[in-house]
Ligand binder design. Structure first.
Ligand code: AMP
Length: 281
């Protein structure tokens, strides 16, 4: 199992790989779970080499306390990856090394998709994501990079990023992995109390219900119904529920033939912010 802590060490190793070989990159912030492992497994199937980056990116956090409390479990992460496949490389740099100087975001113009949902509620978040993903793609130069639909808006932002920056990497979206009770796996779930964890099932249940209602009920009625359910919850505070067009990510008010829609939720369980989404048609 090889772990690289600097760009220089990674680069030295990458030079030993023949240019004809396929390289898969799986960017993560660590505290790995089965959702991350599904991305790593897909990369192993598709590529000759897989590199998992483990890096808690400070510039994508709009909340200092969230950054401080983000779980950091590198040793466990390494063991988990090792048990999956010992040939996977791990890249776990320090921020100063990855950024090559000041740890600050660049400013991107991702267009309208960056102004919806997460972009609206987490100022500067997508500039931080764009900055770190760009740095990682330039350091690794992978043929493929893997991102979860769990962060659906982020996935669309990354697709836009490679287009804007003309980066020669194919971006692959992978389905959301869920707990048995429906909750989307997330590193942040580790911070939930048992009570909050059980209450958080409302998030995926609401999305499932929205999906069931979608054929027969107006977007407005579904939205009001879901909001009312969150209002009645004593453990969860809804930040947003949106039904949005998959391409534009704009909130939809009416269903239009031929368009695809997803439901998106962000909600707080205490201090822990959880997000989830689901295809509705
Ligand atoms: P994170 O470590 O939270 O930044 O996530 C790293 C990657 O794993 C991102 O592309 C996420 O979308 C993806 N991911 C996180 N949770 C899940 C999940 N439950 N199912 C599938 N992918 C996930």
């Amino acid at each position: 199992m090889k772990i690289f802590y600097t760009k220089a060490a990674l680069s030295k190793n990458l030079k030993t790989i023949k240019p004809s070989k396929k390289i898969g990159l799986v960017p993560t912030m660590g505290a790995l779970h089965k959702g991350h492992l599904s991305l790593i497994e897909q990369s192993i199937v598709d590529n000759d080499h897989t590199i998992v980056s483990v890096f808690v990116n400070p510039t994508q956090f709009d909340n200092v306390s969230d950054l401080k409390k983000y779980p950091r479990t590198l040793e466990e992460d390494v063991n988990l990856i090792k048990s999956l496949n010992s040939k996977v490389f791990i890249f776990a740099p320090e921020a100063e090394d990855l950024y090559g100087g000041d740890v600050v975001s660049r400013k991107f113009n991702f267009g309208a998709i960056a102004n919806e949902m997460e972009g609206k509620h987490r100022k500067g978040h997508f500039d931080g994501v764009g900055t770190v993903v760009s740095l990682l793609l330039k350091a690794v130069k992978p043929t493929h990079a893997y991102f979860g639909e769990k962060d659906f808006q982020q996935l669309q932002i990354v697709r836009k990023l490679v287009e804007i920056e003309q980066i020669d990497t194919t971006i692959k979206g992978c389905p959301i992995v869920r707990e048995q009770n429906g909750i989307a796996l997330s590193s942040r779930n580790k911070r939930l109390t048992q009570e909050q964890f059980e209450a958080a099932t409302l998030i995926s249940q609401s999305l499932k219900e929205a999906k069931k209602l979608f054929k027969t009920t107006s977007i407005n009625k579904i939205t009001n119904h879901i909001k009312a359910k969150f209002n009645a919850s004593s453990h969860l505070e809804l930040e947003y529920f949106e039904i949005a067009n998959v391409k534009t990510l704009k909130t939809a008010s009416r269903k239009r033939k031929g368009n695809e829609y997803r439901g998106f939720i962000a909600a707080f369980a205490g201090e822990v912010r959880l997000i989830d989404n689901m295809a509705l048609n």
